[in-house]
Design a protein. Structure first.
Length: 629
């Protein structure tokens, strides 16, 4: 519906895609277009084309959207199918975008390759919500009685009655896009539209491996399940489909569960695990352990050269990092982006890296007070990031400030005050649902920006030493240093729900395998070594219980913690690195060096780690892909 022009916004000096729709003076239709346009404009996601403006001019409605340089997925598929992994990764990102729309009450109802734009780096952006259905709207732009959508990519129930579909119709559309990406053709075709509609209603798609025998059976099974004729036989949500695809990409074969729901551990791929967003340097917070060694070059033992592997006493190990990189200034935060890229932050800069080449792809200068001390990635998409900087002292002359960046842009947005007087922010967590969580851990002051760009709402954490914090599911969790416990609050209302007692002081938090679970790294304060064990613990927030994963995991505090795909990774001030399998509590890898570590980040989809060398510009890239399940 409508015509799209490439245009330029003269006030902001940017190119836009301008969609113009002539509704022939029908005031009711214009009002519906405006009302739904406002709802769609609320969607803010790295893989949804952003709506900048909408309005009516001389009887024509228009939408001004972000202009995406590149091509549509439909144009790309005219040159042939995608590689299986490439197709799965692309559709998993689209699942994130669709899940974001569903959370906002918006159904797309016209998912197809032509409505997926690929930018110049091949990243997908979902567009054309012209047939979208907005839940709870007084009236809908589209009404019952006609066939709405593109027949070859439509769910059977949408053909019967487009006004009565739910999220599973979009799951079908995502499955149809995946089928097309693997086979370079839609699931159904026919000589006429009637033939196609009949095939969708009564037929079954040709199994992809009959068209491309080299396709992996597991990926074919995921695709065909999404295309099931009965909605209840599909994945229950776009998030579930994305979880299955990421499970397949990681080499796992999750067991099928009723209603299309897979193990909740897969939700962790959308959670920023280290204090809710990034591995942070232990240079801030409670004092370091006297057992922490000096910052030095890694010399893990036994050593067989970079990237080598072997076994010792039943434990798997890799002897040395694949590469050591140097940030311009003290490195405080590292974070994987995917595609062999990572961000590092600290001092006066944020840097985008090509890990394989060890090359800086882009560098942003911090011009606010002090230095960058915390960084969070956008929960879905990993394209935008939030940098927070401060002078780092309680008596700072200026409050902490924040700035937004985009990995595709060479400029940071201008730094601005957070909205409340806070001298230091050294922890940050970003939730797609609940906004940005900021913490000054040495004072116990915590703030939540419900909208990441809105003024903050501040509250006290009921502790003078709140050392770590994160969003986890519907909870906001704060590790209380002086009381050896976790404070659990409602993420939505901020109200106190209760506490969970721990064996000793919490140093780091990471998301657990289920929404109600959290991994906690504990260690006693240096002056209280006899009062409790160091180790990793799994906390059940529903039951307020704490169980050991690995007691005495490290003699020194763990300052980096992450959990991916059922493995827990940890780094300590004492130069120890390790990995544990959560299901069995088995330690599956360990390395020891003279380096004092200050933070850690694990790759979302693979056995890779980024580890910060404490109070140093250097960080290490470890490749653990040689570790077998």
């Amino acid at each position: 519906m409508g015509v799209v022009y490439r245009a330029r916004d003269p006030e902001l000096g940017r190119e836009v895609a301008l969609k113009v729709v002539d509704l022939h003076g029908d005031e009711a239709e214009l009002e519906r277009f405006r009302r739904e346009g406002v709802s769609l404009a609320q969607l803010r996601h790295a893989h949804v084309v952003e709506v900048h403006d909408l309005g009516v001019f001389e009887g024509r409605a228009f939408l001004a959207m972000a202009y995406v340089r590149g091509e549509s997925l439909a144009e790309r598929l005219r040159r042939g199918p995608l590689e299986p992994r490439q197709a799965a990764e692309l559709v998993a990102l689209l699942c994130d975008a669709v899940a974001h729309a569903h959370a906002a009450g918006v159904l797309h109802r016209d998912l197809k390759p032509a409505n997926v734009l690929l930018d110049e780096e091949g990243r997908p952006r979902l567009t054309d919500f012209g047939l979208a259905k907005v839940r709870d709207a007084t009236r809908q732009l589209t009404e019952t009685g006609g066939v709405l959508g593109t027949p070859a990519f439509m769910a059977p129930e949408q053909i019967r009655d487009a006004a009565r579909v739910d999220e599973r119709a979009d799951v079908y559309g995502l499955g149809a896009i995946l089928y097309a990406a693997l086979c370079a053709q839609p699931p159904f075709s026919g000589a006429t539209t009637i033939n196609v509609l009949h095939a969708v209603l009564e037929g079954s798609p040709t199994p992809p491996r009959e068209l491309a025998p080299e396709l992996p059976p597991g990926l074919e099974a995921i695709t065909l399940r999404a295309l099931a004729r009965a909605p209840q036989e599909r994945q229950a949500s776009a998030a579930d489909l994305g979880g299955e695809l990421r499970s397949w990409l990681g080499g796992e074969a999750p067991a099928r569960q009723g209603g299309g729901t897979w193990a909740a551990a897969l939700l962790l791929l959308l959670v920023l695990a280290l204090a809710g967003g990034a591995a942070s340097s232990a240079g801030s917070g409670p004092p370091p352990s006297p057992l922490a060694g000096p910052s030095a070059s890694p010399s893990a033992a036994p050593s067989e050269g970079p990237g080598s592997s072997g076994t010792s006493a039943g434990k798997r190990w890799l002897s040395a990092p694949r590469r050591v990189l140097e940030h311009p200034g003290t490195c405080r935060v590292v974070r994987f982006l995917g595609g062999g890229r990572a961000l590092s932050a600290g001092g006066g800069a944020v840097v985008l890296w090509d890990l394989e080449r060890g090359a800086r792809l882009r560098q942003w200068a911090w011009t606010g007070p002090g230095e960058v001390r915390a960084l969070a990635l956008e929960p879905e998409g990993y394209q935008r990031f939030l940098a927070v900087g401060s002078e780092g002292t309680i008596n700072a002359s200026q409050p902490a400030m924040l700035a937004w960046g985009d990995v595709t842009s060479s400029e940071l947005e201008p730094e601005r005050p957070i909205g409340f007087v806070l001298p230091v922010v050294d922890r940050v967590s970003w939730s797609a649902t609940h906004g940005v969580l900021l913490g000054f851990t040495r004072s116990g002051t915590v703030s939540v920006l419900g909208d990441p760009r809105a003024p903050a709402g501040t509250f006290e954490a009921d502790s003078a030493h709140a050392h770590c914090l994160t969003f986890q599911g519907e909870w906001l969790v704060i590790g209380r240093w002086n009381k050896a416990s976790l404070q659990v609050r409602s993420a939505a209302q901020r109200g106190l729900l209760g506490t969970v007692n721990l064996p000793t002081q919490p140093w780091e938090l990471a998301g657990g395998p289920r929404r109600h679970e959290l991994v906690v790294a504990c260690a006693p304060r240096p002056d209280e070594a006899a009062k409790g064990p160091a180790g990793l613990f799994l906390v059940d927030l529903d039951q307020s219980t704490c169980a050991a994963i690995a007691a005495d995991a490290s003699a020194t505090p763990i300052v980096g913690l992450d959990q991916r795909r059922g493995w827990v990774y940890a780094a300590s001030q004492g130069g120890e690195l390790g990995a544990w399998r959560l299901e069995t509590r088995e330690r599956v890898w360990q390395a020891k060096s003279e380096t004092a570590y200050g933070g850690l980040s694990a790759a979302p989809r693979g056995r890779e780690l980024l580890v910060i060398e404490r109070e140093s510009p250097r960080f290490q890239w470890w490749d653990l892909s040689a570790l077998e399940e």
